[in-house]
Design a protein around this ligand. Sequence first.
Ligand code: 5AD
Ligand code: SF4
Length: 458
Amino acid sequence: MTAPKETAAIQAGPIEAGPKKLFIKTYGCQMNVYDSERMAEAMGANGYVTTDRADDADMILLNTCHIREKAAEKVYSELGRLRPLKDANPDLKIGIAGCVAQAEGEEILKRAPVVDLVVGPQTYHRLPAMEQAARAGARPVDTDFPEEDKFERLPKGPRASRGPTAFLTVQEGCDKFCAFCVVPYTRGAEVSRPAERLLREARDLVERGVREITLLGQNVNGYHGEGPDGTWTLARLVRALAEIDGLWRIRYTTSHPNDMTDDLIAAHGDEAKLMPYLHLPVQSGSDRILKAMNRKHTAQDYLRLIERLRKARPDLALSGDFIVGFPGETDQDFEDTLGLVRAVGYHSAFTFKYSARPGTPAAERPVLPEALLDERLHRLQALITEQQKAAQLAQVGREVGVLFEKTGRLPGQMVGKSDYLHAVHVGDCDAKPGELRRVRITASAPNSLSGELVPVPA
Ligand code: 5AD
Ligand code: SF4
C-alpha cells in the first residue's frame, strides 16, 4: 500500500435527472480508489449514477481505511457530519465499505445508528443486493472472505470512456504479517487474479482511452496469478501488458523488498514501458527494529537491493514508507533510519508515527512518549523534504516524457505526470489530455515542476 490519504468523490458516469444518486467518499490507499470505481459501476445495476455532492445523494458510501487509528476515527467523525442529512432525508441510505467495515463489522451498526449497511472489501459484488435489503428495512453486514473473484462477479455497467490513467488491482491481501499492520487481517491472505482476466481488463481500459496503468496490490510484486501456461510473476504480467498497443506506461505499487525478484529487476532495465519509479517501503533502517517488526530483511539487504535496481535502471526514482516510534525504538535505531534514508536518496517518501492497531502483535508492546514520536517524525520529514527538493531540482534543465491528464488552474495551462511521477505544469500548452509529450523542465516548486513543450520536429 502507499500512503493513505483522503480522495475526493469519484465520478463514474454522466449525471442526469431521474436516476438515483450515489456519493462515494474514499479514504486510504489506491486500492480503495479502484474499489470505489468498481462499486460505483456495480451500483449502476440498481439504477445509480454518481454525484460529487453528499447533500444530493440517495446513498452515501464511505470506503474506509483502518491502517492507523486516525484513519479509522475519521469515519466516525464523518458519520457525525452526515447525521443531519439523514434527518432531512429518511430515504437516504448510508453504507460503510472497506477496511473499517471489515475490522469492526456489526460494531459499526451499534456505534453509529445512521449506518444502514456494512460491506467488507471482499464482497462488493453483493452490494447491490445489500442496498435493496437496506431499502426493505434490514441493516445487512457482510464481511465474508468468499472464494470467488469479486471483480469478476461485479455487475457490468456501461463502458464509459476513461481518463488517461487507471488503476488495475492484480493482487489483494498480504501474508507478510508485519507486527504493526492490520492488512493481513482486514484484506486477508494473498490472492492474485488470473493473468488472462487482467490482460482483458487492461485491453478494455486502453480501448476506453487509458494510456497508463498502475498495477495495484498490497504486496503487488508477490503476484503469482494463474496464466495460460502456469503461474505468472509480476514481471511476466508487465511484459505481456507492454505488448498492448496504445498502452504507453506501466507502474506498480506497493512492493515488498523480499519479493523483488530477478526477473522484475531485469524488467526495470529493459522494458521501456515500465516507468522508472518504484515505491519500495522499508519502514526502518535499524536491524533490531526490522526484526521486531517481523520484516524478515535487514537494512543491508534493502540497500543491496537498491544497488541492483539502480544497476538495471540508473535513473530509477525511489519512494518509501517509514514508521517512527515503533515500540522499543531507541535514539540509535532512529539514527540508523536517518542513515538509511541518506544512503538511498529518495525522490519522496511517506512518514508515519507508529499507531497501535488492536489485534496486531505490536499492539501488546509498550508505546513510546508521543512527544518523542513527534520529534522523530519532524526530523525524518525534514530530511526527506530536503531529498525531495534535491531530486526535483535535478530535473531542471532535463527533458522528460509527460502524460497530460487535465487542464491546470491558469488559462492555457496543462498538467501531467512525468516518467518519474512528478506533477508537471506547462503553460501556454496545446497538448490535450491523453497526449504524451516531451517537456523541458524549467523550474521546481514545493510539490511540482513546471516546464515547456519540446517542439515536435516537422
Ligand atoms: N502505524 C503507523 N504506520 C503504519 N503503516 C501501516 N501500519 C501502521 C501502523 N500501525 C504504514 C506503513 C505502510 C503504510 C501504508 O502505512 O509504513 O507501509
Ligand atoms: Fe502490512 Fe507488511 Fe503486508 Fe505491507 S507487507 S501490507 S506493511 S503486513
